[in-house]
Design a protein around this ligand. Structure first.
Ligand SMILES: Cc1cc2nc3c(=O)[nH]c(=O)nc-3n(C[C@H](O)[C@H](O)[C@H](O)COP(=O)(O)OP(=O)(O)OC[C@H]3O[C@@H](n4cnc5c(N)ncnc54)[C@H](O)[C@@H]3O)c2cc1C
Length: 342
């Protein structure tokens, strides 16, 4: 006898994990299949959440809507799991040129951007060994998700209710049956593929990213920093530095080339010694037009993908948007409909 569930989820990076959580909130049963393949995006991600596109100082796509959902969703989820993994955390942009100071001043007068940014003294930045001759501005509405803590806690929760099978699923094992889909001994009314960069969805472009973990003596920051490189504080003088973007040889893993490039960028931002203690690589599932890829792909199948470089902020919205489409008959926002690439 097959176990019956509402939804089978294939892949448990941020997309599949957020979908499982959204299902729980709606009272839908799930069974998740996941095997951590090398290059998966979520285990490589820093977890920064930033509602501002810092090259132009404009809000990112649907920033206000996504940020309020992001805070509520992860805040509620960490309470359910009994762990602390969501942190409201300002991000400080170090201005690379005087022109960027003017761009920031203009952004502060824009009603769409103003709620997220400020120009204010940041004592810890002033005290840190950072090179910032043109000053800085603060993204006040930013945050950080400790992804490993969240994914580990959800894993334990799903395993305790026998809702997770940790193995690789071959496409040939996925059987369409009356009123649903079956994988092995589990049947679902729906199958949602959340397989990230391992999928072959039309419009999906894998983009490799590498980061370093470094120790910077005497640098005590709680804020994230965006300068010639990004700095994410991990505590105890440890920082995640990154990330790189590369569109070729995306599956080759950590490289000397990326390490050298990141250290070069870091040397222009940080004054003093830097010790490398780690390096990792992953592949972002990015859509050609930088929007998520969602929707029904068949009578009983659907997809969430294309979270790109902003997976933490996009995953809750994508999960809720897809479920509202499948179960409440709500129209998909056309800019995320996977059919745009057909
Ligand atoms: C270096 C780097 C830094 C980043 N930093 C940030 C950041 O600071 N903030 C941010 O918001 N985003 C960041 N991102 C982007 C973020 O990581 C992604 O948007 C997000 O993780 C994508 O999640 P996903 O679930 O779609 O894919 P994944 O995390 O790759 O998850 C897919 C899962 O499906 C599994 N899977 C696939 N096929 C099968 C199968 N057949 N059977 C079983 N399991 C399968 C995979 O092994 C994997 O576990 C970063 C990405 C990289 C690479």
């Amino acid at each position: 006898m097959a176990t019956e569930t509402d939804i089978l989820i294939l892949g448990r990076g941020l997309a599949g994990a957020a979908l499982a959580e959204s299902c729980r909130l709606r009272g839908l049963s799930v069974h998740v299949f996941d095997h951590k393949r090398d290059g998966n995006a979520s285990m490589a991600a820093g977890g920064a959440v930033n509602p501002v596109v810092l090259r132009r100082d404009v809000p990112s796509w649907r920033a206000a809507e996504l940020m309020s959902l992001t805070r509520a969703f992860y805040g509620n989820w960490e309470k359910h799991l009994g762990v602390h993994c969501w942190y409201s955390r300002p991000l400080v942009k170090i201005f690379p040129t005087p022109n960027e100071v003017k761009q920031w001043e203009r952004a502060m007068a824009e009603p769409g951007t103003a709620p997220f940014i400020a120009s204010r003294p940041e004592t810890e930045i002033d005290k840190a060994p950072l090179n910032a001759p043109h000053g800085y501005g603060t993204v006040t509405g930013a945050g950080w998700l400790d992804i490993p803590v969240l994914l580990d806690a959800q894993r334990a929760d799903l395993l305790s209710s026998r809702a997770l099978t940790e193995r690789d699923v071959d496409e040939k094992e996925i059987m369409t049956v009356p009123d649903g889909v079956r994988i092995g001994e589990v049947k679902g009314r729906w199958l949602v593929r959340c397989t990230g960069p391992f999928a072959t969805d039309p419009g999906l472009v894998p983009v490799k990213g590498e980061t370093l973990t470094v120790r910077i003596p005497n640098m005590h920051l709680t804020r994230m920093v965006h300068g010639s490189a990004g700095l994410l504080p991990l505590g105890e003088e440890l920082f995640r530095v990154g990330a790189t973007f590369k569109w070729t040889d995306v599956w080759e893993g950590p490289t000397e080339e990326a390490r050298t490039w990141l250290l070069g960028k870091l040397a222009t931002l940080v004054e003093g010694p830097i010790e490398v203690v780690g390096q990792n690589a992953g592949v972002r599932p990015t859509a050609r037009d930088r929007r998520p890829i969602l929707g029904r792909t068949g009578p009983v199948t659907a997809v969430i993908n294309g979270l790109g470089a902003r997976g933490v902020m996009l995953a809750p919205w994508c999960a809720e948007h897809l479920l509202a489409h499948l179960f409440d008959g709500k129209e998909l926002a056309p800019e995320v409909d996977h059919a745009r690439f057909d």
